[in-house]
Design a protein around this ligand. Structure first.
Ligand code: PMP
Length: 361
């Protein structure tokens, strides 16, 4: 049978070893006689799964002691409302700054405008979202509640190489949904980090939020209790029933990452995977990735065929070789290869071979 490599942007490929472990545990987790899906979220079995996942994630991301890790629900789009409900009230007449670098930061700004005034401090829309606007062009507000950025634009393929420098009293809220755990980050540069799980963490349904402690308690009275960061933190993310099975799978992914040397080791492989793929796309003008090389995403790589009438033929040939879900997002067309942690380098090599063959190289 052809080996399958799944390039979906999310829900995305999970490590084979994780799925095998989950299959093994499906009917009877560790001799408990229960599937993880059937356990009380307050019982000793699930408590041990939950605790270990938290410990491993804190270690993998090197989360400082003055930050809380929250396991919530509602996804990235949920946080687009949950963040302003929790944090806009940090200032009396709130304004929220945004840097608009593509689809996801754009959606976040639109949702935030339902709760507070929004200032687009910079936008790369005039450049068709092919870069992060230069830091010295950002027009930050004097006293914003926070600055929102999306550090990896999943559709546009634009990634921040580092946390931007901003005034010390301006917390950065970062949507890291599509590159968390793919590279080392200095958490202390951010006030809040959030990420839907379904790309680099585990199954859809779990949303990870990391919040600096001094930012936990500015929620507006309208903020639902189940989404109030402070309430969630005080109950160790067990205020309401959490997405238990998704947390269990995420825990297996964290253990898998630790076995492989953690985030630093993954980052080294991710750099090499991205290098191989961009080199094949740049080899001649048969394909094009339009993002400024300084801001090219290592995780989500959109590209176009010079002759777009060949798109269907390209996708059909890819599928025949076991290279799945390469069609680009409907809003931008073309192709997209998402190469998260769980995509082995062999998958990228198989895609590179196909790109070269299809281009007649
Ligand atoms: N932010 C980013 C960067 C994303 O890639 C996505 C999903 N593709 C979202 C937010 C929205 O996530 P969800 O569908 O889980 O709400």
């Amino acid at each position: 049978m052809t080996q399958i490599f799944n390039f979906s942007a999310g829900p995305a490929v999970l490590p084979k070893e994780v799925l095998q472990q989950a299959a093994h545990d499906m009917l009877d987790w560790h001799g408990s006689g229960m599937s993880v899906m059937e356990m009380s979220h307050r019982g000793p079995e699930f408590s041990s799964i939950h605790r270990q996942a938290m410990i491993d994630l804190r270690e993998l991301l090197n989360v400082p002691a003055n930050y809380k890790i929250l396991f919530q629900q509602g996804g990235g789009l949920g946080q687009n409302a949950i963040v302003p409900l929790n944090l806009a009230g940090r200032r009396p007449d709130p304004v929220i700054d945004f840097v608009h670098t593509g689809t996801w930061s754009g959606k976040s700004a639109k949702e935030a405008a339902r709760f507070a005034r929004v200032n687009i401090a910079a936008s790369s829309e005039p450049d068709h979202f092919t870069r992060v606007p230069a830091r010295d062009t950002w027009r930050l507000s004097d006293d914003a509640s926070y600055l929102h950025i999306c550090t990896n634009e999943t559709i546009d393929g634009v990634e921040y190489p580092d946390a931007p420098d901003v005034p010390a009293d301006l917390p950065i809220v970062a949507d890291m949904s599509s590159h968390i755990l793919s590279r080392q980050i200095d958490i202390s540069k951010y006030g809040v980090i959030f990420a839907g799980a379904q790309k680099n963490i585990g199954p859809a349904g779990l949303t990870l939020v990391i919040v600096r402690e001094d930012l936990l308690d500015f929620a507006s009275p309208q903020c639902p209790s189940a989404f109030h960061w402070k309430t969630c933190a005080e109950h160790d993310s067990l205020y309401n029933t959490p997405p238990t099975y998704a947390i269990y799978i995420a825990g297996l992914v964290f253990a898998w990452l630790k076995q492989r040397g953690g985030v630093a080791a993954m980052e080294a492989i991710n750099i090499e995977k991205a290098r191989l793929l961009y080199a094949a796309l740049d080899a001649d003008d048969f394909y094009a990735n339009r993002v400024d090389p300084a801001y090219r995403s290592r995780m989500n790589i959109p590209f176009y065929l010079r002759d777009e009438s060949l798109n269907e033929q390209f996708l059909a040939g890819a599928k025949e070789r076991g290279l799945l879900q390469l069609k680009g997002h409907k809003s931008v067309g073309g192709m997209r290869a998402s190469i998260y942690n769980a995509m082995p380098i062999e998958g990228v090599q198989a895609l590179v071979d196909y790109l070269n063959t299809f281009a007649g190289r």
